[in-house]
Ligand binder design. Structure first.
Ligand code: GMT
Length: 382
């Protein structure tokens, strides 16, 4: 198949997932055309992969350059130039409405292709619900030829929040075990934790929804009882504030802000516990990647997190904001070598259920089904 994938190109989970999906499909022989405003961060070269940049020309009149218009036009051009079979957009805003627009333009030119929208999280739970966007989000989701959500919780949340008339397929996020597995990085661990301290880790885009302050506060409580270090990976609007908080709490020397990192599996390989105390989290891809490297998770019990983090087995879940409970549970795991090993093993086992080879065929089946139905509908109209 010739598939167009539209995504955000940054370190965010939706872009990472879309990129991993495209790369996996290309390895299976599909021709993949990425459309984004920058080259997706995890994108590697493969002869079946093409990248098309969305350029947004500026003009003095535009206080807000019309990205969605440029995106829809790019979609039209890429589809026509490469005779794509279908378009798969990740994160509804503004990708689904741009895809709808592109599809309508193409129909006028005698080219008719379906588009699939994958809902990832805040496109539904935070941003999408805002009345500024809600009418367009509702319309473009309903106009999609198929809709997928990355967790059961996100599917239910979408039905609760929007008048969606179609079935939403749940296709969970996946992890590439070839890339995310434990490797021997003892020398690296010695550098970061020379006293053999436990290593806790947090990975995110440091947005408010991640409750980065809670990460620091959980660590402060754990650190008071267990010799430990905290690695903060990623960057975003809350980073500066988080660094200030570390200084105020006088624990800064045991916390390292490493910024955006490409080789996260190496960091997970030396980590003992992953902290994800988010306000809301439709899935928590970074937690799954940590688990695949044998790192247990302390998270909140919000959104889709209970679908990947199993209470008392791969880690623990607590109420949003309950840093004391999360710290207690972290100490429980970290204080015993034997218990930590059990949690590590269980995390690894559980993550294997989300292995990419199990999930990619679900997307391929959906693509075939959508194309079949679309072509049958078209034939019936002739
Ligand atoms: O919805 C977002 O905040 C953006 C998105 C991203 O691009 O990082 O994250 C969401 O999609 C990820 C991939 O499906 C999920 O793993 C994240 O849980 C989800 N984020 C939230 O729900 C906050």
């Amino acid at each position: 198949m010739k598939i167009g994938i539209v995504c955000y190109p940054t370190f965010g989970g939706s872009g990472v997932l879309a990129t991993e999906l495209g790369m996996a499909l290309s390895a299976k022989g599909h021709e993949i055309h990425f459309i984004a405003y920058q080259q997706p961060v995890r994108l590697n070269f493969h002869p079946n992969i093409y990248y098309h940049e969305v350029a947004v020309p500026t003009y003095p009149l535009f206080e807000y350059p019309p990205y969605e218009t440029a995106l829809a036009s790019t979609m039209v051009n890429v589809i026509l130039n490469n005779q794509l079979d279908l378009l798969h957009v990740h994160y509804a805003i503004p990708h689904a409405s741009a895809a709808y627009f592109a599809r309508q333009i193409l129909k006028k030119q005698g080219k008719d292709i379906p588009f699939i929208t994958t809902l990832h999280g805040t496109d539904i739970t935070l941003v999408g619900k805002d009345q500024t966007y809600a009418p367009v989000v509702t319309f473009s989701i309903n106009e999609s030829d198929a809709i997928t959500a990355v967790s059961n919780n996100l599917r239910e949340e979408t039905y609760r929040s929007f008048p969606i008339e179609k079935d939403i397929h749940v296709i969970p996020n996946f992890v590439d075990i070839q890339r995310f597995h434990q490797t021997d990085k003892e020398h690296f661990k010695k550098m970061l934790a020379p006293g053999d301290e436990r290593i806790l880790v947090h990975v995110s885009n440091f947005r408010k929804v991640k409750r980065v302050d809670d990460v620091i506060r959980i660590f402060e409580l754990v650190h008071g009882r267990i010799p430990s270090k905290l690695l903060m990976i990623g960057d975003g609007p809350e980073r500066q504030h988080a660094e200030e908080l570390c200084r105020t709490l006088h624990i800064g020397s045991d916390i390292r802000f490493l910024g955006k990192q490409e080789h996260i599996s190496e960091i997970f390989s030396i980590s003992d516990l992953f902290l994800l105390p988010s306000q809301t989290e439709s899935f928590g891809l970074s937690a799954l990647e940590a688990m695949a490297c044998g790192v247990p998770v302390i998270s909140t019990n919000t959104g889709g997190l209970p679908e990947i983090n199993v209470q008392g087995k791969t880690g623990f879940l607590a109420e949003v904001g309950d840093v004391h409970d999360m710290a207690e549970k972290a100490v429980y795991i970290l204080e015993s070598e034997e218990r930590l090993e059990q949690f590590k093993e269980a995390s690894l086992q559980h993550a294997q259920g989300f292995e990419k080879q199990r999930i990619i065929p679900l997307y391929e089946q959906l693509y075939s089904q959508v194309l079949q139905e679309y072509n049958a509908k078209k034939a019936a109209l002739i």
